[in-house]
Design a protein around this ligand. Structure first.
Ligand SMILES: NC(=O)c1ccc[n+]([C@@H]2O[C@H](COP(=O)([O-])OP(=O)(O)OC[C@H]3O[C@@H](n4cnc5c(N)ncnc54)[C@H](OP(=O)(O)O)[C@@H]3O)[C@@H](O)[C@H]2O)c1
Length: 331
């Protein structure tokens, strides 16, 4: 299990406010003392702020955590490496992330999402994220490489491409939760398992909607309110069924709803990376590691989850074909 640091610095979606940095630092201090503490961040999160906070916290505490960051595959960043001034392509973006964190290497580097043009080298070798990822690995900038939001075809293609250089594809980070379980039925989870690629489950608490604190009457603030309305008001019976199944399971184990949502991801063989914004949430989420769901719990939760209709807005990467017939995304 890891902890996601998207909300650390992101004011657009998460309404981040720097005056609460002391809460994040308190969280970090505690977490960094735990074995195998692992934070997931990205150059896009708070436009580098999340990485900078992690670097500052590490420096001030003298403690280190494992870190995974991500390359933002934006349309104007298309090369494995850029040798002149301009947009930061894969290798330079990785070095910039490391500089923000005050490090010489990181444990995992991921391509945040597929790009319609620049994933695989074609002819001139310039449009080549996968080659750039391999370069980061071979130069020792990163200890492992992964992708994110990749569909089954794409994950196989990148795994094959890196495999030619003897580089293992470590992980595919995808949206995966009781609220968004579709990788189980669309072949993506099976493909990752076949390839030996770990699935990092993002938004495992359904962006907080499965934490038990939100409802049709108690909506989250900011952009999450729309998602919450689509879930709690748009499909009231199935939403109530899922929330109830989570609550009953939590009660049975003397646990919290967030822990149930996280443990369901663990039971499915994924590595959840729940977000946490303060020490209380961190401790609650880490508490998921001290107990396990039994088979009857998983069956009850699966049934409640299967009834939920996909929240279209919950997936920023809908299924579509990109490039030469390669299906890059799966939803
Ligand atoms: N690769 C990608 O494209 C991608 C996309 C999304 C996320 N991610 C990664 O996955 C991580 C986690 O996903 P997420 O943050 O989207 O969703 P999440 O983990 O499902 O939900 C996190 C939010 O739920 C609330 N929360 C967390 N723990 C709680 C607890 N114990 N009790 C009550 N509320 C709690 C907090 O928000 P409030 O307190 O404000 O409710 C927190 O920010 C991100 O931080 C990021 O690293 C990656």
């Amino acid at each position: 299990m890891g902890i996601g640091a998207w909300a650390w610095g992101d004011s657009l979606f998460w309404k981040y406010d720097a005056k609460f940095d002391f809460e994040l630092e308190e969280l970090f201090e505690y977490y960094a003392s735990q074995p195998d503490a692992f934070l997931d961040t990205a150059e896009l999160y708070g436009l580098g702020r999340s990485e900078m906070l992690i670097g500052d916290f590490e420096r001030r505490s003298g403690k280190r955590v494992k870190v995974a960051s991500k390359f933002a595959a934006l349309p104007w960043k298309t090369r494995r490496e850029r040798c002149h001034r301009g947009a930061l392509d894969v290798v330079q973006a990785c070095e910039a992330s490391l500089r923000r964190m005050g490090r010489s290497s990181m444990e995992l580097y991921q391509i945040h999402f597929p790009n319609a043009w620049a994933n695989e080298a074609r002819g001139n070798g310039l449009r080549a994220y996968w080659d750039g990822l391999g370069d980061c690995y071979e130069r020792g900038l990163v200890q492992a490489v992964g992708v994110s939001n990749y569909g089954a075809d794409a994950v196989e293609a990148v795994s094959t491409s890196l495999g030619r250089r003897g580089i293992p594809l470590y992980s595919n980070q995808i949206q995966y939760s009781l609220l968004y379980p579709f990788a189980n039925s669309n072949g993506l989870k099976r493909k990752c398992d076949q390839l030996g690629v770990k699935v990092l489950a993002y938004s495992p608490i359904g962006l907080g909607l499965l934490s038990g604190k939100y409802s049709a009457e108690q909506l989250p603030e900011g952009p999450r309110a729309e998602l919450a309305k689509a879930f709690f008001n748009g499909q009231p019976e199935t939403a109530a069924g899922l929330v109830d199944a989570v609550a009953k399971t939590a009660e049975k184990h003397g646990a919290t709803p967030s822990q149930v949502a996280i443990n369901w991801c663990v039971a499915k063989g994924t590595i959840p990376i729940p977000g946490a914004r303060n020490l209380r949430q961190l401790k609650d989420n880490l508490g998921a590691l001290s107990w396990r769901l039994d088979a009857a719990d998983v069956a009850r939760l699966d049934a409640a989850s299967a009834a939920v209709q996909p929240l279209a807005k919950a997936n920023p990467f809908p299924a579509k074909d990109v490039g030469s017939g390669l299906r890059m995304f799966d939803s």
